[in-house]
Design a protein around this ligand. Sequence first.
Ligand SMILES: Nc1ncnc2c1ncn2[C@@H]1O[C@H](COP(=O)(O)OP(=O)(O)OP(=O)(O)O)[C@@H](O)[C@H]1O
Ligand SMILES: [Mg+2]
Length: 239
Amino acid sequence: MNRLSTGIPGLDRKLEGGYPEGESILITGEPGTGKTILGIQFLYQTCMEGRKCMMIATEETPEKILLHAKLLGFDLEPFLDNNCLSIMRILEMRASYTGISADGMYETGSMHLDDLNNLTQLIADDVEAIVVDNIGTFSIGTELKTFRNKLEMLTYHLSTQKMTALLMMDGTAHELTHKIAEYSTYGTIRLIVKENPYTGKMERFMYIPKMRGTGISLDPMIYEISNEGIRLPVQGKKD
Ligand SMILES: Nc1ncnc2c1ncn2[C@@H]1O[C@H](COP(=O)(O)OP(=O)(O)OP(=O)(O)O)[C@@H](O)[C@H]1O
Ligand SMILES: [Mg+2]
């Protein structure tokens, strides 16, 4: 199976080289656990390899994401300039809407922005990697069965187009949907902050409950966020 580097050497090693190419991976976590940073590092790495990428940002403006990335040493602006990367302004599209349609959906023109399946209309055919941050936005107020169906249609579409996707989902939406999204994706990575029983300190853990086609350890792995982004320390060293 081909892999796309995660942009994090320690995580690549845990995943036999990276995210499985052409598949959708769910990334879940509470606020501040590093979901967006994980997405930024993947986009930076993939753009560095010359692959066309897209980010669909439902909660932050592209300017904030670009600034966030630059502060961590991942300057994405050159990739926007050379059209390697596009960032979809879903947040502004949501904000600019001034009313609610008859069926209770947000809409811009004829496009219902609460509909997960409409995302596929936004994605150019030649995109190889995509980050959606965050799909939790599309689950609120949606029946569980409908959300699952739509998510499966999205992952099916992305897979037929051989697009590798990171689908971020906030912890609250994930809990409210009974973690159902984990069944619909090829793999799942959970970002967790909890007390380390050995040190008594709050620490960041990455747990991979599932990654099809990949031999994974079920042991939670400590990760750190610094001004160089996410790192998984290896054997006492930072990598
Ligand atoms: N330079 C830095 N040094 C240390 N930690 C940092 C640095 N920059 C960011 N962080 C950490 O990363 C966190 C933000 O990460 P990120 O925005 O990716 O989280 P998130 O999971 O996307 O959150 P949300 O659900 O609110 O979108 C901050 O709360 C902070 O703890
Ligand atoms: Mg975020």
